[in-house]
Design a protein around this ligand. Structure first.
Ligand code: SF4
Length: 291
């Protein structure tokens, strides 16, 4: 298997076959993201090459492959017919394949529209991981996400309507001290409208080689401490009315909260309250991320 540039995959794809369909990220402007800041430039791999790698993997492990993930950062931006072609090819070659997943930002999902998403779902694409990050437009502009809330909500609804599963990521603390409450409330509003299958929480950690780290170091961006992040999480969860699975299993988080919403909401809030009763120095310390 040939890989080029950084290869990231969601924790839920730990057992998946990874075949790279695209390289880099066509947006590459988010102020918190370091992944492709040093390149490589975005490009789509040759479909013939991708299909050849699918064939090779099928020869070696055809019956064992149950989940397939196509990296890199925004594979949904790939031409719809080409993405559909590699999905159909994989479905043919791996008889026990249950899921094909990609990363995709709302702006590229929105550009595709519902019909193209339905075509992809019919071709075998089954799940998209999307960085919502926040539902607050002021924050989305500041972090240069490339898409505001209205489009994020529409894109998310289309993914669900197409029949695919939607996994949305939220960055706790991305609004800083000043924007914390607005971030929690607007994000809950967006999530309630979309009703994604999964809500995955990550806590903001400044990363090397990013504009947001520079703002943190200059004191322009004031980060939340552990209690601030926990209070923000509590406001977010308390305002969620959607039917979704909430999870936060990630090294950046201060605590792990997990459960089915809305049923488990009170249990999750009690866990946050318990964590809030502990001294702040009991949580992980500040660090600058390098991956
Ligand atoms: S967060 Fe995603 S969309 Fe933004 S630059 Fe990084 S890979 Fe690209």
């Amino acid at each position: 298997m040939k890989y080029e540039g950084p290869i990231y995959r969601p924790p839920s794809e730990a057992n998946s076959l990874l075949i790279q369909a695209t390289i880099g990220c066509p947006h590459n402007r988010c102020t918190f993201c370091l992944v492709y800041k040093n390149g490589p430039e975005y490009r789509v791999r040759d479909v013939v090459e991708i299909k050849r790698e699918i064939d090779e993997a099928a020869e070696d492990h055809g019956f064992q492959i149950q989940t397939l993930f196509f990296p890199s950062g925004n594979t949904i931006a790939m031409d719809t017919r080409q993405l559909a072609e590699i999905c159909r090819h994989a479905r043919k070659k791996f008889p026990n394949l249950e899921r094909i997943t990609v990363y995709g930002s709302s702006q590229y999902i929105h550009q595709k529209g519902l019909k193209a998403l339905q075509y992809l779902a019919d071709s075998g694409l089954s799940r998209i991981h999307v960085g919502l990050e926040s539902g607050d437009d002021k924050i989305l502009r500041k972090i240069r996400k490339g898409c505001l809330s209205e489009k994020q909500v529409q894109a998310g609804k289309w993914v669900i309507e197409s029949g695919m599963e939607l996994s949305l990521y939220v960055i706790l603390g991305i609004g800083g001290l000043e924007g914390s409450e607005a971030h929690a409330l607007a994000t809950a509003r967006a999530l309630n409208q979309i009703e994604p299958h999964f809500i995955r929480l990550r806590t903001f950690v400044p990363k090397v080689n990013t504009p947001l780290l520079e703002d943190v170091q200059k004191g322009v961006f004031k980060m939340l401490g552990p209690h601030g992040v926990l209070r923000e999480t509590k406001t977010l969860v308390a305002n969620l009315t959607c039917n979704s699975y909430l999870t936060s299993d990630h090294y950046t988080n201060y605590i792990n909260v997990e459960g089915r919403l809305p049923e488990d909401r009170e249990r999750v809030i009690s866990k946050i309250d318990l964590a809030l009763s502990k001294d702040e120095n009991r949580f992980r310390s500040f660090f600058i991320g390098d991956q």
